[in-house]
Design a protein around this ligand. Sequence first.
Ligand code: GRF
Length: 216
Amino acid sequence: MAELKRRVGILISGRGSNMAVLLQAARDPDYPASIAVVLSNRPDAAGLDTARAAGIATEVVDHRPYRADRAAHEDQLMARLDAAGVEIVCLAGYMRLLTPHFVGHYAGRLLNIHPSLLPAFPGLDTHTRALTAGTKLHGCTVHLVTEALDAGPILAQAAVPVLPDDSEAVLAARVLAQEHILYPLALRALIDGTAVSPPSGAALLNPLPEPPAASK
Ligand code: GRF
């Protein structure tokens, strides 16, 4: 049993498959985090049903009534997270840009998973851009969130090959499988203090299995 599980809040906007693997990991008594609440800015996010089915508290804070007032929307998110006693926030497909107001409140304890090997391909459409660029190596990154988009200290990365006949969907699925391994590892590493942030050197927790021994 982990001595003290750290309370984690997860922000989603959609499918929630990364959220689901964090929920699954947190069921292990030895995992150092528990999921206190899942928040979505979209009432129709499929991940909400997954979280509810797992018995996790969910809340919807729809961004639309707030229009351009991002800080007011973020105040509501922060109020729900703080009320749930959340110490660490994990973004998991949360599709809203966060302002310095929110980022500053959770500085050093706000994580995101991004579907590329940052600093390559920050932003959207990462798989299509990787294919277009002809890169041979692609992957995913868990990083701390700072004010600059997809540019915070890297906690962990996992790499996958880009194969000659890959479509966007095939490549996305190959990366997503690694995201599902990487995010729980990176969260654990942050809590355990084994993830080292630059400039002293990014932790590289590549969960790819060892290649089979070469046959003679
Ligand atoms: C993932 O590819 C993640 O890296 C990106 O958004 C996607 C979310 O997928 N930030 P899901 O909602 O976790 O299934």
